[in-house]
Ligand binder design. Structure first.
Ligand code: FMN
Length: 180
């Protein structure tokens, strides 16, 4: 099994990467391969809303979304990893989600139906409700794209420079166990 991780934080040594690290450790143990796409390093332009992609899946914009698309098409599992920015996913990840319109066809059938999806979310607030709008966006997105949502781990109270608690890493291991 192959996984692609859409990494939405600009910080490669922050909180969200710790969840990704826990997941990739678990995936390695299972013999899965994975690729992390650091979206902040990629040139991904905003969707221009032309709908040209619905015809054959190819986007008119010639940028790094081609690379994202290639990895998504080749993968069995798509991991959406993001900090909460103003109650939503980071702009880096939202750009890739908007451009995912190219995974729909003219009848709004999904070209990536059946692939598995996982979400990893960190945020500073201690109130768990803070990530609910983001969870709702993911759920509705996965419903439309006909992705098989395998669950997620959300970590509140993420203060800079602190290590993520072991209990969350255990949750991530369980998530990896449930992937088959
Ligand atoms: C621009 C910006 C907006 C943020 N908005 C929220 C927010 O709405 N709610 C919240 O709880 N935390 C918010 N945070 C805090 C981050 O979600 C949190 O620190 C996260 O764990 C950072 O992840 P990272 O270290 O992987 O970048 C925000 C941080 C930034 C920089």
């Amino acid at each position: 099994m192959k996984a692609v991780i859409l990494f939405g934080s600009p910080r490669k040594k922050g909180n969200t990467i710790q969840l990704v690290q826990a997941l990739t450790d678990a995936l390695i143990k299972k013999g899965y391969s994975f690729h992390i796409l650091y979206l902040n390093d990629l040139n991904i332009r905003p969707c221009q809303g032309c709908y040209a992609c619905l015809k054959d899946g190819s986007c008119k914009i010639n940028d790094d979304m081609k690379k994202v698309r290639k990895y998504i098409m080749e993968s069995d599992i798509i991991v959406y990893a993001t900090p909460i920015y103003w109650f939503g996913p980071s702009a880096q990840l939202k750009l890739a989600i908007d451009r995912s319109i190219a995974f729909m066809d003219s009848d709004y059938n999904s070209r990536i139906a059946g692939k598995k999806a996982i979400t990893l979310i960190t945020f500073a607030d201690n109130n768990a409700d803070t990530c609910q709008p983001t969870k709702d966006i993911f759920k509705k997105t996965f419903d439309l794209l006909k992705l098989n949502y395998k669950g997620g781990v959300e970590v509140p109270g993420c203060i800079d420079g602190e290590e993520i608690k072991e209990s969350y890493k255990k949750k991530i291991n369980k998530l990896a166990d449930a992937l088959l």
